[in-house]
Design a protein around this ligand. Structure first.
Ligand code: NAP
Length: 501
C-alpha cells in the first residue's frame, strides 16, 4: 500500500433542486472520508433540513406535468445520452467511487458497467412502454390498458452500490414520466453528485431530477411525509425499510423496499470443488462482503466438508487486502468505522457461540493500514443454523460454513432465515438442480456460479424479508413507477342496457 495524499478538501457538496446546484442552508456538515485512509477527506456532507427536502419535492411537483407530457421516446433518448456520458467518464468515476466507498477500482468499473447496461435497457423502454389490448365480452367494445407515471417519486439509496442503485431507480422512474427526488446515502455524496451531474448534462429538464443530501431521518422522513410524493423506492437495511414501509402505509403511498440478504451457497458431494471454493470466496470477500447478494453462508455436505474448508481457508489467506485504489488489491476496507465495528463484533459473537474460527477475524492495523478500516477475510466452520452468525446479515467479509448430511438437510438450512435474496448450488446432477430451483426461497438462483451478479435485462430482488414491491431492473423495472389505466371504448353509438360491474 502506498501512502495516499492527505487532502483537507473544503468542498461541501450541494443539493440539486429545480435544475440548480444550491448550497444547503444547514450550518451542519460531516466529513466524507476515504475508508482506506481517513486522513484523506473528499469533502463535506451538508445535513440538509426538512424544509430543503420539501422544496425539492415542490420543484419535482412543478416539473411533473411537462415531463409527463414529453413523449416517452424523447425521455428515453435523454437516458441514452446519460449512458454515453457515463461510458466516457467511467474510469474517472470508478476511481472516485473506490476512494469514497472503498471497493477496488476493478469492482467499481464492474458496477459502472452494470449501470451503463441498465441505462441502455431502460432508455429503450421509452419505445416499448405499452399496455395490452384485450377482447371484450361485448360487441363493438374496445378494451385496452395504458401505463402512466405515478407522479413525484422519492428514491432513497444505500452506500454499497452508489452508482448502480441510483441508476436502476432513477432511470426507470424518469423514462416512465415521473419526476424524482433522490436521497443518496450519507457515506457516498461525491459519487451521488457525479451521477446526478451526468443526468443533468444528458439533458434532463430542470426540476425533473432533484437531489437532497443529509441524514435519512430528516430528509427521508420529510420526503415520505410530503403530500406530493406518491411513491418511494428504497434500498437499504431491513430496520430502515420497515420504518419506511410503515410510514408510507400511513399515507397509503406505494413503497418498494429491497433490503438485506443472508445468501447461501449449497455445495453437494458431486460438485466441482475448486469451482465451488472459488465462487464462494469471490462471493464472500468480493466488495469486502458489502453486497446484498454476498455469500454469507456455505452449506456443505459433510462428506466433502473438510476438504472444502481446507481449500476455502487457503483461498481466504491469499486475498490481498488494501486500498481499492491500488491495482494489486483484491479486497478493500469496510466502508466506515461502524461497519468495521460490526464485522469485529460478529467475530466475537461467532466465537462466543462456539463456531470454529478457521481463519481471519482480526482488524488489520499494521503500517499504512493504521488509518483505514481493514479487516481480514474470515471463515467460521461448524456453524449451526441457530447461531446469530448464520441468521443475521453481517455485511462484511465473514462466511459461515454449515455442515449438513444431505440435500434435504441443505434445503432446510438454506431456507431457515428471514431473508430471500440470492442463492446458489454447486452440483453436477440435473435433477437436483431443478429440485433446488423449485424449493429455494430466494428471488435469484445461480447454478454452478456464485450468489452475486446479475444482468441488466433481468429482474432483480428478493422474497420473504428481503423485498416488498415489484422487482427492480429488467422487464419488471417500470412496474413500480407506472399506474395501469384500463380503458373501455364503446363504439356502438347507442349505449348499453346491461352494465354488470
Ligand atoms: P440503511 O442504513 O438502511 O440506509 C439506506 C438509505 O436510507 C440511506 O440513504 C439512509 O440515509 C436512508 N435512511 C436512513 N434512515 C432513514 C429513515 N428513517 N427514513 C428514510 N431514509 C432513511 O442501509 P445502508 O447501510 O446504506 O445499506 C446497507 C444495506 O442495504 C444492507 O442491509 C444491504 O443488504 C442492503 N442492500 C440491499 C440491496 C437489495 O437490492 N436487496 C442492494 C444493496 C444494499 P443515511 O445514509 O443518511 O443514513
Amino acid at each position: 500500500m502506498t501512502s495516499p495524499a492527505t487532502t483537507a478538501a473544503r468542498t461541501t457538496y450541494r443539493n440539486f433542486v429545480g435544475g440548480e446546484w444550491v448550497a444547503s442552508e444547514s450550518p451542519t456538515s460531516t466529513p466524507n472520508l476515504n475508508p482506506a485512509d481517513t486522513r484523506d477527506v473528499l469533502g463535506h456532507l451538508p445535513l440538509s433540513t426538512a424544509d430543503e427536502a420539501r422544496r425539492a419535492v415542490d420543484a419535482a411537483k412543478a416539473a411533473f406535468p411537462s415531463w409527463r407530457d414529453t413523449p416517452a421516446p424523447v425521455r428515453g433518448s435523454i437516458l441514452f445520452r446519460a449512458q454515453a456520458i457515463l461510458d466516457k467518464e467511467k474510469e474517472e468515476l470508478a476511481r472516485l467511487l473506490s476512494r469514497e466507498e472503498g471497493k477496488t477500482v476493478k469492482e467499481a468499473l464492474g458496477e459502472i458497467q452494470r449501470s451503463i447496461n441498465i441505462l441502455e435497457y431502460i432508455a429503450a423502454e421509452g419505445r416499448r412502454i405499452g399496455g395490452h389490448t384485450v377482447p371484450s365480452e361485448l360487441p363493438s367494445n374496445f378494451c385496452y390498458t395504458v401505463r402512466q407515471p405515478v407522479g413525484v417519486v422519492a428514491c432513497i439509496t444505500p452506500w454499497n452500490f452508489p452508482v448502480a442503485i441510483p441508476v436502476w431507480k432513477i432511470a426507470p422512474a424518469l423514462v416512465s414520466g415521473n419526476t424524482v427526488v433522490f436521497k443518496p446515502a450519507s457515506l457516498t455524496p461525491a459519487t451521488a453528485t457525479a451521477v446526478v451531474s451526468i443526468f443533468e448534462r444528458a439533458g434532463v429538464p430542470k426540476g425533473v431530477l432533484n437531489m437532497v443530501l443529509g441524514s435519512g431521518g430528516t430528509v427521508g422522513n420529510a420526503l415520505l411525509d410530503h403530500d406530493a410524493v406518491h411513491a418511494v423506492s428504497f434500498t437499504g437495511s431491513n430496520e430502515v425499510g420497515a420504518e419506511i414501509y410503515a410510514r408510507g402505509a400511513r399515507r397509503m403511498i406505494r413503497v418498494q423496499a429491497e433490503m438485506g440478504g443472508k445468501n447461501p451457497v449449497v455445495v453437494l458431494a458431486d460438485a466441482d470443488l475448486d469451482l465451488a471454493v472459488e465462487a464462494t470466496a469471490q462471493g464472500a470477500f468480493g466488495s469486502t462482503g458489502q453486497r446484498c447478494t454476498a455469500t454469507s453462508r456455505v452449506i456443505v455436505e459433510e462428506g466433502i466438508a473438510d476438504r472444502f474448508v481446507e481449500r476455502l481457508v487457503a483461498r481466504a489467506k491469499k486475498v490481498r487486502v488494501g486500498s481499492g485504489l491500488e491495482a494489486s488489491t483484491d479486497m478493500g476496507p469496510a466502508v466506515d468505522k461502524n461497519q468495521l465495528q460490526t464485522d469485529l463484533e460478529y467475530v466475537q459473537v461467532g466465537t462466543g457461540e462456539r463456531a470454529t474460527l478457521a481463519c481471519g477475524g482480526r482488524q488489520i492495523t499494521e503500517g499504512a493500514f493504521a488509518h483505514g478500516h481493514f479487516v481480514e477475510p474470515t471463515v467460521f466452520d461448524h456453524v449451526k443454523m441457530s447461531m446469530r452468525i448464520a441468521q443475521e446479515e453481517i455485511f462484511g467479509p465473514v462466511i459461515a460454513v454449515v455442515r449438513v448430511a444431505d440435500f434435504d438437510e441443505a434445503m432446510t438450512a438454506a431456507n431457515d432465515v428471514r431473508f430471500g435474496l440470492s442463492s446458489s448450488i454447486f452440483t453436477t446432477d440435473a435433477t437436483t438442480v431443478f429440485r433446488f430451483v423449485d424449493r429455494i426461497e430466494a428471488g435469484i438462483v445461480h447454478i454452478n456460479s456464485g450468489t452475486p451478479g446479475g444482468e441488466a435485462q433481468l429482474p432483480f430482488g428478493g422474497m420473504k424479508g428481503t423485498g416488498v414491491g415489484p422487482r427492480e431492473q429488467g422487464s419488471t423495472a417500470i412496474e413500480f413507477f407506472t399506474e395501469i389505466k384500463t380503458v373501455y371504448v364503446d363504439y356502438t353509438g347507442q349505449g348499453r342496457k346491461s352494465a354488470l360491474y
